[in-house]
Unconditional design. Sequence first.
Length: 552
Amino acid sequence: MPPARRADRRGRAGVHERTVSELSEATLIQAGLQAGLFDNEQLARLRPVARARRASLMETLATECALPQTAFYLALAEIRGLPYAHLARWPADEVLLAKLPVTLLKRHPIAVLRNPSGAPHIVVSNPDDALGVETARRVVGALPLAIAEPEGLASLLLRLRGKEASASGEAEDPVGLFERIVREAFLRRASDIHIEAVENGARLRLRVDGRLEVIGAPLAKALGEGLISRVKVLSGMDIAEARAPQDGSLIYQAAEGGAVEMRVASAPVKFGERLTLRVMKSDPDRQKLDALGLPAAMIARLREALAHPHGIVLVTGPTGSGKSTTLYCALREFDADGLNILTAEDPIEQVIPGVSQVQVNAKVGFAGALRAFLRHDPDVILVGEIRDLDTADVALKAATTGHMVLSTLHTNSAPGAVTRLVDIGCERFMLGATLRGMLAQRLVRMLCPHCRREREGTEDERRLLFGEGEERAALTLWEPAGCPRCLGSGYRGRIGLYEALWVDAEVAAAISAGADERVIAATARDYWRLADDAREKVLDGITSLEEARAFL
């Protein structure tokens, strides 16, 4: 690659070009191949793609196979039989680190860190750097090696030893850093990016599969402030205002992965500001009911309810449990050409062809949007959330006048939807006449299919899953192990646990008569409990018992 182009790539993203300067690209690709991150067929297919894009083969592999840099270094650590240093969990041994001369660190990025058990290690990004490792061992002793990513290691050294210790001689700029963060979020399938000012720096975290993960070492204070200013400019915020919360949005054209749309929120904190960036994306593979993890019988009943010409179907659960995704999948069950479908949302998270979608704001609330919809000859109406009696009243009236209404509620169970609606002032006879079905859901992490392992269940686990007194053969459970594909977590992706209660004549009568949740659940002939679905997914090895334990 020509020097000018190499410098341009380093300025834009900096991820793989700096990596190759420390460790050959071929070494990392071979480690990924041996670890099963991709196969020879994929490698052969992507070589001409990389040449056509004028990109490195490793960049192309990372983008096409959704592999962050961490996966390659985890693979290298696994193949070499060395521990991988998660910098957020490996504290620096500042006494030993101070012994390493600056001249060594400028040429060989090396740190002395302690693993979670407290044992010191010499941490490098290039285990083949024999000269650097040998020199470090002469200074701090014959410590074992560990591997870390080069960017995180360089950031750590910059923070602990200052700019003079940087192997590149200069700090990363906010533009290139933000490009790298967006790329990392894209490759890790992150839903949120957190940038938080802390004492003497800034912390970066990504929410992946519902869990927050610290990315790399804390940033130096100047770089963290520059990054926050960069994001505020891109999202249309006032960079001079740091003492009041702000909201914004941006569409960022990343060098890899295409355009990324994000909602941005800022808030003042003790040491400066924090930003939260919600990554707005839709997964094409999870836009159908069959891909959500709903039991087959539940999908069939839901489709029956949606086929009814009028009524209400509610999806309940806490914030972040996937309710909106379920509703979007339900909307796709309708014929958008043959029906008039209108939605009121806050915010609009996915654009659905053929559907008229309205963004709720200060001027137009959910109730106001619903009233307006009734003058537009609707067949199907979706209201993002029923929050108050005004919205609920309009939704119920719409359902009684020949419209199918879909919405969400914040309740813990499917029968709890009735209690919630009654609490905000809805008439029970209206609920009994309009409700068609109520779903409740939660999200749990799925076990990585590449490294999950079997184990025999204990007697206590058998009782938890099946109750007392039930005779069963040996219980087989699955648990996480950790591999480069799942970045060592043992989990990859999330799936829903579902509860459903369908309203027939008997249930409608119980609701109208004032029955409580327990009686409504007992009256239902077809009530699939959350615990039932959790048990099935644990026994099938889709998730672990620890993930589902709270719902059993």
